[in-house]
Design a binder for this molecule. Sequence first.
Ligand SMILES: Nc1nc2c(ncn2[C@H]2C[C@H](O)[C@@H](COP(=O)(O)OP(=O)(O)OP(=O)(O)O)O2)c(=O)[nH]1
Length: 212
Amino acid sequence: MYAHHAPSIILASASPARRKLLSDAGIDAEILVSGVDEESVNANRPETLCGVLARMKAHAVADRLKHTERPAGGLLVLGCDSLLAFEGQALGKPKDPDEAFHRWQAMRGKSGVLHTGHCLIKLATGKAVERVASTVVHFADVSDDEIETYVASGEPLHVAGSFTLDGLSSPYVDRIEGDPSNVIGLSLPTLRGLLGELDIAISALWRTNLKA
Ligand SMILES: Nc1nc2c(ncn2[C@H]2C[C@H](O)[C@@H](COP(=O)(O)OP(=O)(O)OP(=O)(O)O)O2)c(=O)[nH]1
């Protein structure tokens, strides 16, 4: 008889935004940063690239865990990667303020698609389930002054697509079509679906005081 192990998530990400999305949804994830060099990968389409990177991050952490004495138990490793597809380009984090400024001048008044790749690995069996989620983002027609002030805040330099839905640039996003958590960096509805493929209810991951 298999011992029943309560499932728990190891988030293979340095992203504070991803950790908070899980925590706000009642899930306390352990953090193990993958260290994957994202520049080392190329793919022709943004939705392919973010899927490949999410897979690499999850497997990098899963492989590291396999070389430890730690029992697999109910451990699940989750890797994510977000990219903004805009006018045929896959935009990650801007390399400098100048690039962030010019990106916003190009994006204002237009829309892009924020793709986030997800890869969830059940450590005990090695089974991996993957999905890329996409959300259309409509940017406001911001002024050069608004762009300049936003870039000077430093925020755009740390985020894929040089914008946040839940941060300083939230006034500059008119509307979205699709899942909001996906734009921030981890789609909770997608995570629910991936857990379902592993026959795990997302409520099984809630911190103990939330469980019935
Ligand atoms: N708070 C917030 N963060 C965002 C938003 N859009 C993108 N981001 C952040 C989430 C991720 O930290 C980052 C996307 O870059 P990556 O997917 O490469 O993840 P990151 O390098 O931060 O960490 P990781 O590679 O997963 O260890 O941008 C947003 O709307 N709100």
